[in-house]
Ligand binder design. Structure first.
Ligand SMILES: NC(=O)c1ccc[n+]([C@@H]2O[C@H](COP(=O)([O-])OP(=O)(O)OC[C@H]3O[C@@H](n4cnc5c(N)ncnc54)[C@H](OP(=O)(O)O)[C@@H]3O)[C@@H](O)[C@H]2O)c1
Length: 248
């Protein structure tokens, strides 16, 4: 039997990149998946269609997580579709900004924290009533939370905040049987890591890694599906580094 059969899952930012691969991985493993998007309605519809064509169950759902009430609206929409029970919450939606300390504006800084930290925090708060014993939350951290690479200090700080939240959420929710973990990808060639479109960019990424190939979004999706499953039942409060051995 599929390891997530009968489970419901929400993946934020599932229209593209790592979120898309995660939605497909969870569906492949048997979950009904809510495919969240903000601007990428067509892309989200394509993910839903791919899941359904493979015999799975999926719905798309939208919310702008840069807005203060975005997580509240998304949680309301999720409850309207799945009813009272959410087994898997993957707070993946995020933005990055490669900007020097000198050139970072207050607006850029606030937007990074709004989407990457405030939204996951309030999504967990708002969906808490739907989470139950056995539910699993996975947040997205990053290699740059613990290694200084490029000019990513404000973005990196948002991921450091995620590593902190994982510990506090796991402690607070553990007594309810809810596990909370993060995955920290290295460089994954998505729209966010667009520098990987050049050979120099790919060589830079591979040069940091023990494993000498480019990551694929599904390398991350598969790890998230593992953390969501009963095989990870004794893992909580962890940030799992899924980066091909980057910066060892
Ligand atoms: N790629 C990497 O190298 C890498 C490395 C480490 C960690 N990560 C983390 O992994 C996660 C996914 O990254 P990715 O590379 O897959 O990024 P991506 O390809 O740029 O996709 C970003 C996703 O986030 C959604 N999103 C962006 N702004 C939003 C907003 N205001 N409201 C709601 N959704 C919004 C987008 O939705 P729409 O397109 O529908 O607007 C899209 O689905 C992020 O948290 C990122 O920080 C990525």
């Amino acid at each position: 039997m599929s390891k997530l059969a009968g489970k419901t899952a929400l993946v934020t930012g599932a229209s593209r990149g790592i979120g898309r691969a995660t939605a497909l991985a969870l569906a492949r493993d048997g979950a009904q998946v809510l495919v969240h998007y903000s601007r990428g309605e067509q892309e989200a519809a394509a993910v839903v269609a791919e899941i359904r064509e493979a015999g799975g169950k999926a719905e798309k759902i939208s919310a702008d997580l840069a807005q203060p009430d975005g997580p509240h609206q998304l949680a309301q929409g999720v409850r309207a579709i799945i009813g009272g029970r959410l087994d898997v919450l993957v707070a993946n939606a995020g933005i990055s900004s490669s900007t020097s300390i000198q050139d970072t504006s207050v607006e850029d800084f606030d937007r990074l924290f709004a989407i990457n930290v405030r939204a996951p925090f309030f999504l967990v708060q708002q969906l808490r009533p739907a989470l139950c014993t056995g539910s699993s939350i996975v947040l997205l951290s990053s290699l740059v939370a613990h290694s200084s690479i490029g000019t990513l200090s404000a973005y990196a700080a948002t991921k450091g905040a995620i590593d902190t939240l994982v510990k506090h959420f796991a402690t607070a929710l553990g007594e309810h049987g809810i596990r909370v973990n993060a995955v920290a990808p290295g460089v994954v060639p998505t729209d966010m890591s667009s520098f990987t479109k050049t050979e120099a960019g790919r060589n830079f990424a591979i040069g940091m890694q023990a494993l000498k190939r480019m990551a694929q979004p599904d390398d991350i999706g598969a790890a998230i599906s593992f953390l969501a499953s009963d095989a990870a039942r004794w893992i909580t409060g962890e940030t799992l580094h899924v980066d091909g051995g980057s910066k060892l």
